[in-house]
Structure formats: structure tokens, C-alpha cells
Unconditional design. Sequence first.
Length: 300
Amino acid sequence: MTEPPYLRIAAEIRRRITSGELREGDKVPSTRRIIAEWGVAMATATKVLATLKRDGLVVAKPGAGTVVASRNRKPAPRTEAELSRERVVKAAIRIADAEGIRALSMRRVASGLGVATMALYRHVTAKEELILEMADLALGEIRFPPEPPPGWRAQLELMARAQWALFRRHPWLAQALSITRPQPLPNLLAHADWATRALDGHGLPPSTIMYAHITIFNHVRGIALSFEAEADTESGTAVSADAWLAEHEPILWDLVSGGRFPNFAGVVSRAPFDYDLDTLFEFGLQRLLDGYAALLAKAS
């Protein structure tokens, strides 16, 4: 199998470090520089630096960026006694963020922590439980303000945009959560509590409040499901979404120019269309909230 681009780039930067071309304290290529030098996507560049950090070759230095780590710097000794459930979960999140959920395994987490795989089972019983713990910890990164902004719409917008940013930080998270089999996670319930409080007290029946909450959450999650797949695709092909669209756009035009799809062809030919996930998220959010406004007006 062809080596993933992020590993190939990490190996080249590792060579520069071990050969002395890059010395202790020197800045290593930033994500922007990696993108420009190797022609890869942001997701791939991020994985490069995450891999080098994991291997102890580079460190983040405030005000300077990512620099070559000291060769005399030895990692703190890791013993099984030092492990905790939180430490295991945080290590797993770092791996999933950098390499994707498919790379996650108990053995991979144990290797990153420098302990035997069996040591993890004192803290989590299986990979499935570990993923649930990861999801709960990630969801807890959102801290809702003690005093909500005025108005139900502002409250739901705050929640939805915070969730969108969270899914962007953790591309694996959307697929770890289920709508058909919602997991009993405390931090997930905090989101449900915020949404139902925003919608309660306006004359809506409880079932409508619940459906409205689930619908807006699934709007955010549904679009965010693309993040992990896109990161996997880019790390495997080094082709960005923009480059892929540019390559396939002529094929699309061949399909629509023959007259089989006149309505679609008429719309897309009148003005250029920029397919952007952030725009799609915001468009859908506002249309949902417009619908909720009509629903609430009818109930009052």
C-alpha cells in the first residue's frame, strides 16, 4: 500500500531534524508552509505536526510556533500506576483528532502512553466504551453561559454554532454519536437541557419541543459527518475538496448540458455556485429557526 502523505512528509521533516539541518529550537514548517511546500490539504498538514509531536521531535512554543524539541529532553516515565481514566481518554482523543477514528485501537492508545495494552483495561473495558468516554469529554468542552442570551432563537444559535465548531475540532465526533440510539452521556444531556429550556414555555407540547431539539442537533451533526470522511480522503490522496471539484466539474457539465436536466442546468448556469460546508450549515440553521418561529407564533 502507498504510504499516506502525512507519514511521508513527517519522515522528511524527521530526516531534517536527525541530520541537524533543523536544530534544537528551530521552527519547523507550519501547517501553512507544509500545504505550500507539499501541495497537501490542511487536514494532512495537521496530521504531520501531530505525528512529530507524538514522537517527541517537536514541541509547541508560545509565541514561536512549533519548534524542534531538545534532544536531551526525555519523556517523563510512564507507569501503569500513573494511568487514569481521564488520561486514557485524552490520549485517545489526541489520536482520533490527528489520525482519525479508524486509527484508534486499544493498542494504539497504549503505545502512545508508553504502557502495556492490558493496562488500559483497568480503566476502560473496551474500545466502544472508550469512544463513548471520548465523546462525553469532547462534548464537555462546550460550557454554556450561566445566563442565556435573551430570546429562544439566540439561545439555539449559540448552541448550534458551538456544536459546529466542536465537530470541526474533533472530526470523528459526529459519527460517534447516534440519533437512533442516543447515548446516555451527561455532557450530551447538557446540550439537550439547553435546547429544551430555550423552547419551553412558549405553548409547544413536550413532544414538539423534543422533535425540535433533535432536528436542530441532527442538522449540525448530519453535515459534520463529512469532516471525518473528508480528512480520511485527503490524507490518503492529498487531493483537496476544491481540487477534486475542479477535476470533476467538466464531467458534471457534460451530464447537464445535454438537456436531460433543464431545471438544474438553468439554475447552475446563471451564477457560479460555491459549495461550502460552513455556508450550508448556516443556511440550514437559519431556515430551521425560521420554521420554529412560525411554529411558536402559531402556538402562542
